[in-house]
Design a protein around this ligand. Structure first.
Ligand SMILES: *Cc1c(COP(=O)(O)O)cnc(C)c1O
Length: 231
């Protein structure tokens, strides 16, 4: 078995164990393999080993690797990195989900792009829950207005939940408490808007076990599958 397939198996085991520690079901957690900087062949391999979606950070890099009917293009692709408004049209060519929506300007650009392609798009709102000045994402306080604005003005975007990237170097207690805040934020927003928000995208290679313990439904994993990035 290749090491990518081995790594996926041990990832699933670690997810199951972490979920079990807080009485949750690891099978309910989907895996987005983050393939930025990774070659197309490795993307095919990870898809054949069984992941739910692929995640890319940059539209241009993703477009250069998108090639149906290659195996890699048979699962949904998620944009997990920041999206500039002027790239929205290109993003709408290949991505099934934009996880990094954080402004109404971007909502409008995506709405126009989807209308012109006659398609719908899943979106997550990115929350800067750790209030890290180096991270993208809407603040906790501005989240309700962004979500309401999206529901008001969009006919093509399906709001599915929230996403976050935590600041680096937090201890277990702080990490778990921020992930727990995300879960509460998602629950509160869902009841305020009267809609289901099934997706809570949180947890990367270094913190996914804590995220799963706190109710993550989607982890975004790069280096724990492919090894450390060189760049
Ligand atoms: C790179 C990246 C990941 C995966 O990071 P790893 O630490 O390699 O697992 C997840 N989410 C986002 C937004 C990323 O940019």
């Amino acid at each position: 078995m290749s090491s990518i397939a081995d790594n996926i198996n041990s990832l699933r085991e670690r997810i199951a164990r972490a979920a079990g520690r807080t009485g949750l079901d690891g099978n309910a957690v989907s895996i987005v393999a983050v393939t930025k900087t990774r070659p197309a062949e490795e993307m095919d391999e990870v898809v054949l080993s069984g992941v739910d979606a692929l995640g890319e950070n940059r539209v241009q890099e993703a477009l250069s690797k998108w090639d149906p009917p290659a195996p890699r293009s048979s699962v949904p692709w998620h944009l997990v990195g920041h999206l500039q408004r002027n790239k929205a049209r290109k993003a709408a060519e290949i991505f099934s989900c934009i996880q990094s929506v954080d402004s109404l300007e971007l909502v409008s650009a995506l709405e126009r792009a989807c209308l012109s392609r006659g398609r719908r798009m899943d979106v997550l709102l990115e929350v800067n829950i750790g209030e890290d000045p180096d991270k993208f994402g809407v603040s906790k306080g501005d989240l309700p207005l962004l979500a309401e604005g999206l529901l008001e003005r969009s006919t093509t975007l399906d709001l599915k939940g929230l996403m976050t990237v935590l600041p680096l170097g937090l201890d277990e207690r702080r990490t778990r408490s921020l992930f727990a805040s995300m879960r509460e934020l998602r629950d509160g927003l869902g009841s305020r808007l009267g809609i289901e928000l099934p997706i809570l995208s949180m947890g990367m290679s270094d913190d996914f076990e804590y995220a799963v313990m706190e109710g993550s439904t989607m982890v975004r994993i790069g280096s724990a599958i492919f090894g450390k990035r060189r760049s």
